[in-house]
Write a protein that binds this ligand. Structure first.
Ligand code: ZN
Length: 219
């Protein structure tokens, strides 16, 4: 089914599915686990609208391209056009918060990084951004102080706290808006905490945001 943004409470949400702007390294513990250096400026990349998939649709792992890793991340739905915005304006432009997976073909990404090539084929493939329904901003008044978790088969694999981000949510959105105009319906992914690892066919996932959990399944 074609992906459409929706609110968790079922209220109308008439924003088109746009691009997804992501930050490569925003939690120190995850930077250390991949033996990366902390960046001096944020590493940004984009997934197209065709990467979006609702969490209740089965997650499809691309065949024959090596391991596909989960990266659980706080997702921010953009409700207003943001260009060269400051952090306060970015905050006012938020239409909702959700939880997403930034699916990553890790073997392919490692190979591309080694050769100095761009990462798109490892990060931006169809269905590479499974995404939950959104909470309204008033239902998550302090998004910089919430837990973000991933369980697989009941076992915790990723447990982070948005307070651990090196660049906060609204500063990140402001920075992004100096490079790419954010449009209503775009999504910002805010980076993943430690614990990334491969998904397997049949895995049952629970993505957690501020104590709420959303189920997903690898097809
Ligand atoms: Zn990520």
């Amino acid at each position: 089914m074609a992906y459409q943004h929706r609110y968790l409470d079922g209220s109308p949400l008439a924003l088109p599915a746009g691009k997804v702007v992501c930050i490569g390294r925003n939690y120190l513990d995850h930077i250390r686990e991949l033996n990366n250096a902390p960046p001096d400026t944020p590493i940004l990349f984009i997934k197209p609208a065709t990467s979006l998939s609702a969490l209740d649709d089965p997650i499809r792992l691309p065949a024959g391209r090596g391991g596909c890793h989960h990266e659980v991340e706080l997702a921010v739905l953009v409700g207003q056009e943001l260009r060269d915005a400051d952090a306060a304006t970015a905050r006012q432009g938020v239409a909702g918060y959700g939880v997403a997976l930034d699916l990553t073909l890790r073997d392919l990404q490692t190979e591309l990084k080694r050769k100095g090539y761009p990462w798109e084929t490892a990060k931006a493939f169809d269905g590479s951004c499974p995404l939950s329904p959104f909470l309204k901003p008033r239902d998550l008044p302090d998004p910089q102080a919430v837990e973000i978790t991933l369980r697989i088969g009941g076992e915790f694999r990723q447990q982070g706290h948005t307070g651990q981000m090196m660049i906060g949510i609204f500063d990140l959105m402001a920075h992004i808006s100096t490079h790419f105009t954010l449009l209503p319906g775009d999504v910002v992914l805010t980076g993943t905490p430690a614990g990334v690892g491969p998904l397997r066919s049949g895995d049952q996932l629970l993505l957690g945001l501020a104590g709420r959990e959303f189920a997903a399944r690898v097809g």
